[in-house]
Design a protein around this ligand. Structure first.
Ligand code: ATR
Length: 270
């Protein structure tokens, strides 16, 4: 029987994951089915159980189910435990459900692909919501010199830093505490959606700095536009999307697809 996978979301019709995983499967010669499934808002666990009963082997999980998915897992990866959320469910041969979150490692791989050195870097992360919590463990594992989390609501950034301080040199605060220059600035706020730019000083970047935005679109986000004007290399979130998918695929299939051609196709379709 064909192994079945899906992405659960609500809504989920816009998801690029089915196309990405179809590309990966073609590339490695695997015969899998991967569809988008809208789960009911109040019963994610039931949707996963039904999917497993129908031959489901694994799933990606997107908004708003990442925390509900976290709660149903029998076992969790360390990075998922730290994130408090999962974006990947894996059904083991023993019938147990394992949870992982691949967003952070996806971000790290995409930055590496752009030649960004994370070990020893001074990093600034903007935002303190679920998107940021999901990437801190893999970022700190790369051994940055320092990592500051800055958020509109300073207390949220401070609390987040406390949760991760056993993993490295992390501090949190408001935007007013930002003191450049940084080698890498990652925008994990949803400010770009509103066309907003967090208040940031002009001397934010070192000469060869990189600015990353977890969001993407046909045009650069407001933040990336601002960063490019100040000389930073800019990277949007499309590569992170493809890399997190590749890591999920690897967790399920044990094979690592080549992400470059898949990213290229998505970029052209934006
Ligand atoms: P996500 O799961 O995408 O992280 P979230 O948990 O709602 O979503 O977090 C959104 C993040 O974007 C928060 O850090 C939020 O700041 P607050 O904690 O102060 O709300 C940030 N954010 C949203 N809109 C923003 C804006 N216009 N300017 C600056 N930060 C903004």
């Amino acid at each position: 029987m064909t192994d079945r996978y899906c992405v659960f979301g609500h809504p989920v019709g816009h998801s690029k994951s089915p196309a990405i995983h179809a590309d990966f499967a073609d590339q490695v010669g695997d015969d899998i089915e991967y569809v988008a499934t809208e789960a009911p808002l109040d019963d994610f666990a039931g949707a996963w159980r039904r999917f497993v009963a129908e031959g489901g082997r694994g799933a990606n999980v997107t908004v708003p189910f990442k925390e509900q998915a976290f709660r149903l897992c029998d076992t969790l990866s360390e990075r998922a435990r730290r994130a408090g959320a999962v974006n990947t469910l894996i059904l083991g041969d023993d019938g147990e459900t394992r949870g992982d979150t691949t967003d952070g490692i996806g971000l790290v791989r995409d930055l590496e692909r752009h030649g960004v050195a994370l070990a020893g870097a001074r990093i600034l992360v903007l935002g303190a919501g679920g998107a940021v919590r999901g990437v801190l463990e893999p970022l700190l594992a790369q051994g940055p010199a320092s990592l500051r989390v800055a958020n509109r609501t300073a207390a949220k950034a401070e609390a987040l830093a406390v949760d991760f301080r056993d993993l490295g040199a992390i501090v949190g605060g408001g935007f007013e505490a930002v003191e450049g220059p940084y080698d890498l600035v990652i925008n994990g706020t949803s400010a770009s959606l509103a066309g907003d730019l967090p208040p940031l000083p002009d001397d934010l970047f070192t000469p060869r700095a990189t600015a990353h935005d977890m969001m993407y679109g046909a045009e650069p986000t407001v933040f990336l536009h601002w960063a490019a004007e100040r000389g930073a290399q800019t990277v949007d979130g499309l590569g992170m999307l493809v890399e997190q998918a590749a890591e999920s695929f690897f967790q399920w299939r044990g094979r690592r697809p080549d992400t470059a051609p898949v990213l290229e196709r998505l970029r052209q379709a934006l």
